[in-house]
Design a protein around this ligand. Structure first.
Ligand code: NAD
Length: 491
């Protein structure tokens, strides 16, 4: 597949309200992580603009041509929307890759088709759950009727702009809600295109609105808006806390929060194929340059495997090819912003000052462009309080700690703040299942790392990694409320 010319992508630098692009003066500069160039000025929705979008979503909900339409009709429109997204790949994929960390090859082969199929997955729920009949006495009929909530405020991060938007928006729409989405100000454009394609597919105007802006002004105003019945958010734990407070102060209103992680990978000496495990470990921290909520950022390995594993990881890290997201053949992503690059450098420096031993990487790539590329980094750590073990780095930085026995492995795996995911690599089924029971994380992968493309398993955090679940039936049901009805059959 060809790459693309980054100067030739038309940018929808606008909000999308009531089925139309709304253009305000640019207020935020947006840069490309691949070369640091400012390539767009983005409007920032004021409180009045947020109000326009929330009112548009509220009126659409009350109108009922989505919230009360036949569920199969909603599903049909969403399936057509997914088809249009796939058909739009020659525009949508460059638009996604241009200013994000997602290399064009991966956007074409994964982000776009995964987003479309995710919309189809949630569309299938639209007519599958209308509520249930309760076990009341025979002279009464009791029912719980499933209904949409109203206007859902959705706030998305930058690390996978298309697919994270799908996770937030698709279950809410399938359940009959209307939506106001605020994409990340760092990756704002593909959301507008998705909303335009929804209109083309037949979704009524006002059902899916997009507002542009930063978190503290636009995002916070959205969360506090009186028309917003629920907020679904993916991002950092710190922001999740602020959003929950805003929703408590102006509601209370329900939240779904998908937050940060610091996920361990436990590797036992009985693994049968060390090369395969090494490849899994490397991919788990270098995919999207480690800018993944479930990045496997803490390797906890049985002592006998320490030397052979670091040799393999070093080779795998060196083989990666960083490059602009618009060139084909690049697998390794840039870091999203200069601020995030500086943050990674600072945590690595603090971790080394605190005793971490640098085994590979530990610096930017030397390049003749201004791209934000940081080398895959391996830090040997013996102190559990080291910053590299404690803090979510959100970059390609892997710590390695060794253990003697299963008990020590499970103790090292535990994190006092995060509980998003964990990996266990062992040939011993009993050991794997003991670990599954002990690990305080929302997901455990055994002899693999990362989600499959099935959408059916819910994803979310234990501890401060989140509240509620994305994906699966759980995500759909979290966008509904249930009305209890009791009918006296003798009158
Ligand atoms: P972030 O929290 O900085 O921002 C996320 C979104 O929240 C952005 O759209 C931002 O504008 C908005 N925002 C910021 N402050 C706000 C406020 N006060 N009120 C309302 N909105 C506000 O996160 P990020 O840097 O975009 O994404 C990286 C983080 O996301 C990491 O911590 C990562 O682990 C997490 N993440 C979690 C999952 C998951 O499924 N658990 C998935 C992807 C990313």
């Amino acid at each position: 597949m060809p790459g693309f010319d980054p100067s030739c992508v038309a940018l929808p630098s606008a909000h999308f309200i009531q089925g139309q692009r709304i253009i305000d003066p640019g207020a935020l500069s947006v840069s490309r992580p691949s070369d640091g160039t400012v390539y767009a000025e983005l409007p920032m929705a004021s409180a009045n603009r947020v109000d326009d979008a929330a009112a548009s979503a509220h009126q659409a909900f009350m109108r009922g041509d989505w919230s009360r339409c036949a569920p199969r009709e909603r599903a049909r429109i969403m399936r057509r929307w997914a088809d249009l997204i796939e058909a739009d790949i020659d525009y949508l994929a460059p638009l996604e890759a241009l200013g994000s960390t997602r290399p064009i090859d991966q956007v074409r082969s994964w982000d776009v088709p995964y987003t479309a199929e995710g919309i189809r997955f949630f569309a299938e729920f639209a007519d599958k759950h209308g509520g249930e009949v309760a076990a009341t006495a025979h002279d009464h009929l009791g029912m719980q009727i499933a209904e949409p909530l109203g206007v859902v405020g959705a706030i998305a991060p930058w690390n996978f702009p298309l697919s994270m938007t799908c996770w937030k928006v698709a279950p809410a729409l399938a359940a009959g809600n209307t939506v106001v989405l605020k994409p990340s100000e760092l990756t704002p454009f593909t959301a507008v295109r998705l909303a335009e394609l929804a209109i083309e597919a037949g979704m009524p105007p006002g059902v899916f609105n997009v507002i542009q802006g930063n978190g503290p002004l636009t995002g916070d105003t959205l969360c506090r808006h009186p028309y917003v019945a629920k907020v679904t958010f993916t991002g950092s734990t710190v922001t999740g806390r602020a959003i929950m407070a805003a929703c408590a102060e102006t509601g209370p209103k329900p939240v779904t929060l998908e937050l940060g992680g610091k996920s361990p990978q436990l590797v036992f000496a009985d693994i049968t194929d060390i090369d395969r495990t090494a490849a899994t470990l490397a991919a788990a921290i270098t995919g999207n340059a480690g800018q993944v909520c479930v990045a496997g950022s803490r390797l906890v390995i049985q002592r006998a495997l320490f030397e052979p594993m670091i040799a393999r990881l070093g080779r795998l890290f060196k083989a990666l090819t960083p490059g602009p997201t618009w060139q084909t053949g690049n697998w390794f992503s840039p870091i999203i912003s200069s601020a995030q690059l500086a943050r990674i450098e600072s945590i690595v420096a603090r971790s080394r000052d605190a005793g971490a031993e640098l085994l590979s990487g530990g610096k930017r790539y030397e390049r003749n462009d201004n791209g934000y590329f940081y080398q895959p980094t391996l830090l040997h750590v013996t102190d559990c309080h080291n910053p590299a073990v404690k803090e979510e780095i959100f970059g390609p930085v892997l710590t390695i700690q060794t253990f003697e026995d299963e008990e020590e492995a499970l103790t090292l795996a535990e994190h006092d703040v995060y509980g998003l995911a964990a990996g266990v690599h062992t040939a011993d089924l009993g050991r794997a299942l003991r670990a599954v029971r002990r690990l305080s994380t929302g997901t455990v992968w055994v002899n693999r790392y990362g989600r499959s493309n099935d959408y059916i398993l819910p994803t979310g955090g234990y501890k401060r990694s989140g509240i509620g679940r994305d994906l699966g039936r759980a995500a759909f049901e979290a966008c509904q409320q249930h009305k209890s009805v009791l009918i006296d059959l003798d009158h």
